[in-house]
Write a protein of this length. Structure first.
Length: 370
């Protein structure tokens, strides 16, 4: 957007006796993306600009077109007319970007190359240092507000503990900025942003993985027989997600394909009695206890279904699977996976993290105290 303003591609334009401020001609922008090698061809450029429309970044000046047309039509950045939707996620991201720019611009910045366990981390800082700085600079009113801001930045993936083992605390724990806001990003990255989330499912249903035409004697996948009595689909199966994400594993030969059964047979409602927030789980004195489960996958997988997001929960457990043997139960909330804090992630991301990790799975879960 700023580059287009500098290049005078975004400017006031007159059409049918009316002036439209800060707009651009769609066809000219498509040309510009190809000429400046932001897109290899016009087709890709159009896909990228449609992505910007889908993300409510640009729109037709009169909102007469819901899609991007490579024609002499006027479009505008929503930031230029005040219609850009500032959701909570966007506000946290922009706050993180502002703090980062301020930190890297000052002398004697708390952001330094630091070392822990013989590993060096860029843009690193101590939790207590960040809180001191936020209070001193007037970014927050007190230390408690600073902790809340740090936790919001961590839950949105802007900062993280260097080994992903802790939430944000007012202590000498080492954190670093996970996002380098000064890295120049190419617009084409938009087309790859959801490549690891290819599970087109209803938000209320656990995904059901089955093998098509199983070969006799092939035990790499345990199929789920569907019938009208099925209420809960059991068993996340490692091999299917691994093949889906493009990461093969020596444990499995001939990985199965995915098929999604009809919704009535595979769309049970959430097992949770009511929604639970991260704040509720982590608040002092909350009626939840944390447990560590070590699950050794068998030739089929681990045998559970994780659903939801922020936080995710265990939707189903295969009674005869490794997860059940390790003590996993439905309604537990997933706190960490192999040392990675995941309360802020959705089930697709957590599933990918599990499936592409080691065979021995270490999970921290939180369950309600009876």
């Amino acid at each position: 957007r700023l580059r287009l303003h500098d290049g005078k591609l975004v400017k006031d334009r007159r059409y049918h006796l009316r002036t439209y401020p800060n707009c651009f001609v769609a066809k000219e922008l498509t040309d510009w993306l190809v000429e400046h090698k932001e897109a290899p061809d016009r087709e890709t450029a159009i896909r990228l600009l449609q992505k910007l429309m889908d993300h409510y970044i640009i729109h037709h000046v009169c909102d007469e077109h819901s899609d991007y047309k490579d024609a002499k039509l006027l479009y505008r950045f929503r930031k230029d007319d005040g219609t850009f939707p500032l959701s909570k996620d966007v506000k946290v991201f922009l706050r993180g970007q502002s703090l980062y720019e301020k930190l890297v611009s000052v002398e004697e910045s708390i952001l330094k190359v630091r070392e822990e366990n013989s590993v060096k981390y860029q843009r690193a800082f101590l939790g207590s240092e960040m809180i001191d700085w936020l209070v001193q600079e007037g970014e927050v009113e007190n230390r408690q507000e600073a902790v809340e801001l740090g936790r919001a930045l961590l839950e949105h993936g802007i900062i993280q503990h260097v080994s992903n083992r802790h939430h944000f605390f007012d202590s000498d724990i080492l954190y670093h900025f996970w996002i380098n806001f000064r890295r120049r990003r190419r617009l084409a990255e938009l087309l790859n942003e959801n490549s690891n989330r290819a599970l087109p499912e209803s938000p209320d249903s656990p995904f059901c993985l089955r093998k098509l035409n199983p070969e006799p004697g092939n035990t790499s996948f345990l199929s789920v027989q569907t019938n009208k009595e099925i209420k809960v689909v059991s068993a996340v199966r490692r091999s299917s997600i691994t093949s889906l994400s493009g990461n093969s594993n020596a444990y499995f030969t001939a990985p199965p394909t995915l098929v999604f059964p009809p919704v009535p047979e595979c769309n049970p409602k959430s097992v949770l009695k009511r929604p639970v927030t991260n704040e509720e789980l982590l608040s002092p004195g909350a009626p939840y206890v944390k447990k560590t489960l070590t699950i050794v996958g068998d030739a089929v997988g681990w045998g559970f279904v994780v659903r939801g997001g922020r936080p995710c929960h265990i939707q189903a457990v295969d009674p005869g699977g490794p997860a059940a043997a390790a003590g996993m139960k439905v309604c537990q909330f997933v706190f960490s996976v192999n040392g990675v804090y995941v309360l802020h992630l959705d089930y697709q991301t957590i599933s990918s993290l599990i499936m592409t990790g080691p065979r021995t799975l270490v999970m921290e879960v939180m369950e309600a105290i009876e």
